[in-house]
Design a protein around this ligand. Structure first.
Ligand code: HEM
Length: 450
């Protein structure tokens, strides 16, 4: 272990460069860098630009930090940049605003809403595979982002945007999510320089806000419950909130922030998850054949649907395993809102902390042969809530966890029932650093099974 210094009992990871700190190592080889951290102990400091971030490396300590969301509040470089993009929406808001927002958003994720959402998910997956030609080589990331964005747009607005607007929203979201992470790794003053990249980022942000504001205005004028996320958010009432922490309903500005939040939090993450599954299936033809056979058998000629979820077990295990190996929300931060004690180490108020599901999920003491994609490890076994945290934990746990998991299972079912993925190269894709980690440049041949 090469330890440059120990501050407050927390060692600094080796290899920090002047000015950039570990930013470059994290951007160049995120998986390798994160996997090296547990060797330093339960807590290790890394440096992102000028900022020290204390990373939790052990599952218990990470869980302890996540469960105490009042002390370890949303903050730090990831959330500061994300807040610029989506305001004080549910993902980014501080603890004091959180419970009211969560109560008001929760009805949108109630089980009764899922049959309608799953229709949007299946329709989007069918739309995607219908556009494929037998033998065509596809850009997997692009295809999966289009798929999840379309499903989210359908589930959100319970209607279809025009093809042009749909494409624009997808492009703008890609720029927005990429920008958040790049901004996190570079000093804030650089993001204010009007470079072409910064201008593109600002323009896409502005366009997204206009599209969402227009959708809210038109939906307010028509109060019927269209069954979409947006309708639920607009009609959500919470009497407890009125007395406790704010008005009993969300204002238009708050609804707009939540809509952007759901897009930013839900589309690219689920797309990455699917892209890594497709990559792994391409590498393991026998596994892919098994998944295909089990799915076709379970569907019995019917299209995938909400009711068939319990029998799509192979797709379910592949999804659970991909969330372990490639957790899309791979690096997240917190700020200590007061002096705190974590694992016997005293952390003064203002300390920035970080956690990574990737780092926990690849620990060989928790998962034998952790770098092997093995959906069978979930046969008859449920994920452990401490060692398996692709959606975080505690009060700030992902509100869309079920939405994402179901979408991955149904999309996989649609794709693998009728199509086979064949790699076009043996090259292992480099993880491309975005707000999420995608298999950079992944292309795959799609072969029709009919
Ligand atoms: C595979 C897909 C997804 C992954 C891996 C993922 C992961 C996460 C994680 C790790 C957190 C906690 C962040 C933290 O601890 O700092 C989170 C929070 C959140 N996610 Fe997701 N997410 C996914 C999909 C979605 C979807 C589809 C939606 C919405 C439709 C969504 C909406 C949210 C929201 C609103 C929060 C904040 C919850 C709160 O603080 O109360 N996510 N997500």
């Amino acid at each position: 272990m090469s330890t440059a210094s120990v501050k407050g009992g927390v060692p600094l990871a080796g290899g920090a460069l002047p000015v950039l700190g570990h930013g470059l190592a994290l951007a160049r080889d995120p998986f390798g860098f994160l996997s090296s951290l547990p060797a330093y102990g339960e807590l290790v400091r890394i440096r992102l630009g000028p900022q020290d971030v204390v990373m939790t490396c052990g599952p218990e300590l990470t869980r302890a930090m996540l469960l105490d969301d009042r002390t370890f509040d949303k903050g730090g470089p990831f959330y500061e940049r994300a807040r610029e993009a989506s305001g004080d929406g549910l993902v980014t808001c501080p603890h004091r605003l959180h419970r009211r927002q969560r109560r008001l958003c929760q009805p949108a994720f109630h089980e009764v809403r899922f049959p309608a959402y799953t229709e949007a998910m299946v329709a989007s997956a069918v739309e995607l595979v219908s556009s494929w030609r037998d033998g065509e080589v596809i850009d997997v990331n692009d295809a999966m982002v289009t798929l999840t964005m379309r499903a989210m747009v359908k589930a959100m607005f319970a209607t279809q945007l025009s093809a042009e607007l749909d494409r624009q929203v997808v492009d703008d979201l890609a720029v927005a999510t990429g920008g958040i992470f790049r901004r996190m790794l570079t000093p804030p003053r650089l993001s204010r320089i009007p470079t072409p990249g910064n201008r593109r980022y600002n323009a896409s942000q502005a366009r997204l806000r206009t599209t969402v504001a227009e959708a809210i205005t038109s939906r307010r004028a028509d109060l019927a419950d269209h069954g979409g996320l947006l309708s639920v958010l607009l009609s959500s009432q919470d009497e407890e909130s009125e007395t406790a922490s704010g008005p009993a309903a969300l204002s238009d500005t708050e609804v707009a922030e939540q809509v952007l939040t759901f897009f930013l939090a839900g589309a690219e993450t689920t797309a990455n998850l699917l892209a890594w599954i497709v990559y792994e299936l391409g590498r393991a033809p026998a596994l892919q054949e098994r998944l295909h056979a089990q799915t076709v058998d379970a569907l019995g000629g019917r299209p995938p649907s909400y009711d068939l979820l319990p029998v799509l077990t192979s797709a379910d295990h592949a999804t659970t395993e991909a969330l372990r190996m490639y957790p899309p929300a791979w690096f997240l931060t917190r700020t200590a809102s007061r002096d705190a004690d974590l694992g016997g180490v005293r952390l003064p108020a203002g300390t920035t902390l970080g956690y990574s599901a990737y780092l926990i999920h690849r620990r060989p003491d928790l998962y034998p042969d952790p770098d092997r994609f093995d959906p069978d490890r979930w046969e008859g076994r449920k994920p452990d809530r401490t060692a398996y945290i692709p959606f975080g934990a505690g009060a700030r746990k992902c509100i869309g966890d079920r939405f994402a998991h179901i979408q991955a299972v149904l999309s996989l079912a649609v794709m693998t029932a009728g199509w086979r993925f064949a790699p076009v190269t043996d090259r292992v894709p480099r993880a491309a650093v975005h707000a999420t980690l995608m298999p950079g440049g992944l292309r795959m041949r799609v072969l029709s099974r009919t």
